[in-house]
Design a protein around this ligand. Structure first.
Ligand code: SF4
Length: 330
C-alpha cells in the first residue's frame, strides 16, 4: 500500500456537496434528471491513493469528469490545492491544468489516432512550456523511458500499438506536465489481463518516485485492498462509505459494502476469514432517473427498516476516520 495513512495530513482535493445532474426530458410536464453525482463530499490527502469503487452507473466517472472540469457541476464546490476550481476546464488557469491530470479507461479513444506519439506528447510540453523547442525530443525520450518504451516509439501511431502500449502513452501524456494529482479512471479495465499487472506496477512505481496523489476509480475491490490508502464506495451518485483500507476490509459497515465484499473471490484463508457472510440483494438496482425516496439502497438492502424508505441517511463518522451513510449507525 502506498503512503502511510498517519503521515497523510494535507488535503489536496476536496469536493463539497457536489452534484452533477443531466436533463433527460420531461414526464407529466416535470423536468427529469439523471442525478449522476448527487451530493458527494470527499477529501483526498496529498500523497495517497484513494480508491473510488462502484458498479457501472454509480457515478464515479461522472464525478471524475466533473472534477476535471469536463462537466459543469450543478451544485457544490471543488477545491484543489486551496483554490476553488468549480468552473469548467476552459476557465481554469494553466497551473491548475498542469497539476491535475487524468488517465482515461480506453486509451484507444483518448489518443488522437491521426497523430504520432511524438505529436501526442509534444502538445502538453509546449502548452505548459515544460521544454524548449530544442529540448522537446530529449524530453519525449525521457517520457517514453519513464513508461518503459524505447525512443523509436515516438514515430509510431497509437493505432499500430497494443492496448497496453497505448495506455503507457496515455500515462506518459498525463505525467508530461509533472502533475501533483492524477485521476485514474479504470486504467486497466479495457486491457488484457496479461498486461494489467504491468500497468498497475508502473503506476505504483511512478506514484512513489514522484510523490503523486491518485484518485483511482475502479470496480475492482480486490485491487484496492492491495494498493489503496483509503477506499470510498459509491452507489447511485452518493458515497455510502469511506475508510482507511484496513478498516474498510476488516470491518465494513454499510450493507452495500458488505454485499460487494461478500461476493469477491479470495485467494487465502486469512482473506476468507475476513470476508463478510454472504449478503444477498433483496431487489433490483433502481433506474437512475427514478431513484426511490429515502436511502437509495433500500430496495436491495436486507437490513432496511421503516425509516430507510422515507429518510435519506446523513454521512456519520462511525469510527475515527470511518464514515458511513446508513440509518444503522449514528
Ligand atoms: Fe439499508 Fe437502511 Fe442502511 Fe440504507 S439506510 S443501507 S436501507 S439499513
Amino acid at each position: 500500500m502506498s503512503g502511510d495513512a498517519l503521515t497523510l495530513t494535507e488535503t489536496i482535493l476536496e469536493v463539497q456537496n457536489l452534484k452533477t445532474y443531466f436533463s433527460v426530458g420531461k414526464a407529466e410536464g416535470k423536468p427529469l434528471f439523471v442525478k449522476a453525482v448527487d451530493g458527494v463530499s470527499l477529501k483526498v490527502k496529498r500523497g495517497e491513493i484513494m480508491g473510488l469503487v462502484g458498479e457501472s452507473g454509480s457515478g464515479k466517472s461522472t464525478l471524475a469528469y466533473t472534477v476535471m472540469g469536463m462537466y459543469p457541476p450543478t451544485e457544490g464546490k471543488i477545491i484543489f490545492q486551496g483554490q476553488d476550481i468549480s468552473m469548467p476546464s476552459a476557465k481554469r488557469s494553466l497551473s491548475i491544468k498542469k497539476d491535475l491530470q487524468i488517465v482515461f479507461q480506453d486509451p484507444g479513444s483518448s489518443l488522437n489516432s491521426r497523430q504520432n506519439v511524438r505529436q501526442i506528447l509534444e502538445l502538453p510540453l509546449r502548452v505548459h512550456k515544460i521544454a524548449s523547442k530544442n529540448g522537446l525530443e530529449e524530453k519525449i525520450v525521457q517520457l517514453l523511458k519513464m513508461v518503459e518504451l524505447p525512443p523509436n516509439y515516438m514515430h509510431k501511431s497509437p493505432a499500430s500499438m497494443g492496448g497496453g502500449e497505448r495506455q503507457m502513452i496515455s500515462i506518459a501524456r498525463a505525467l508530461a506536465t509533472d502533475p501533483q494529482f492524477v485521476i485514474l479512471d479504470e486504467p486497466t479495465s479495457a486491457l488484457d489481463v496479461s498486461i494489467q499487472a504491468k500497468i498497475i506496477n508502473m503506476l505504483l512505481k511512478l506514484q512513489e518516485e514522484k510523490g503523486l496523489t491518485y484518485l483511482f476509480i475502479t470496480h475492482d475491490l480486490s485491487l484496492m485492498r492491495n494498493i489503496a490508502t483509503r477506499v470510498a464506495i459509491m452507489y447511485l451518485g452518493k458515497i455510502c462509505e469511506t475508510a482507511p483500507t484496513e478498516d474498510f476490509f476488516q470491518a465494513p459497515l454499510h450493507p452495500y459494502t458488505r454485499m460487494l465484499l461478500s461476493s469477491i473471490p479470495v485467494v487465502s484463508e486469512e482473506e476468507e476469514e475476513l470476508k463478510p457472510k454472504k449478503v444477498v440483494s433483496t431487489g433490483e438496482i433502481p433506474s437512475p432517473v427514478n431513484v426511490p425516496p429515502g436511502c437509495s439502497f433500500h430496495l436491495r438492502c436486507p437490513e432496511k427498516r421503516e425509516v430507510c424508505m422515507e429518510v435519506d441517511p446523513e454521512m456519520v463518522e462511525a469510527e475515527p476516520g470511518h464514515f458511513v451513510r446508513c440509518h444503522l449507525y449514528g
